[in-house]
Ligand binder design. Structure first.
Ligand SMILES: C[S@@+](CC[C@H](N)C(=O)[O-])C[C@H]1O[C@@H](n2cnc3c(N)ncnc32)[C@H](O)[C@@H]1O
Length: 136
């Protein structure tokens, strides 16, 4: 990720509250967001033996669906505001880290499951991101 890109994400105008609002703006938005979470939950099938990376975790919308089943979840986001919100609000075995998905600060094989939902800059940098995610 270049410096301009990084600056944009570190100083992004959106906040945890504005994202939460965004999903609730229309009934269709609410419905699709809920469907997405159901599919993620089904695919990940989280349990107490899992150590899951939520890459680009935002305000913890996905993470908060994984924690009640006893999984340990590590949330990474490039936005300080999002990680501060997650650290404050999420209940369960959660650890947050401010980091760029293209350069994840974890040893290879640290996670047995990974989710990366709705992270738009992924479309600009697919190969770097996938290398970094797959190694983790
Ligand atoms: C649309 S939100 C989605 C959040 C969450 N995954 C969800 O589904 O609700 C996208 C998040 O990805 C983060 N993000 C974007 N590019 C990133 C990058 N290169 N590294 C880490 N986080 C990134 C943003 O800061 C933002 O919080």
């Amino acid at each position: 990720m270049g410096n301009v890109h990084r600056y944009y994400y570190e100083h992004q105008p959106w906040t945890p509250a504005s994202w939460q609002e965004c999903y609730k703006q229309t009934r269709f938005g609410e419905y699709t967001a809920e469907r997405e979470l159901t599919v993620i939950e089904e695919l990940l099938d989280p349990g107490p033996d899992d150590v899951i990376l939520d890459a680009g975790c935002g305000y913890g919308r996905v993470t908060e669906r994984l924690l009640p089943q006893g999984a340990k979840v590590v949330g990474v986001d490039i936005s300080r505001k999002m990680i501060a919100h997650c650290d404050r609000e999420l209940q369960g075995d959660f650890a947050g880290a401010i980091a760029d998905i293209a350069r994840l600060p974890f040893c290879d094989g640290s996670f047995n499951k990974i989710v990366c939902a709705g992270v738009w800059s992924m479309w600009n940098l697919p190969s770097k991101w996938f290398e970094s995610l797959l190694a983790s």
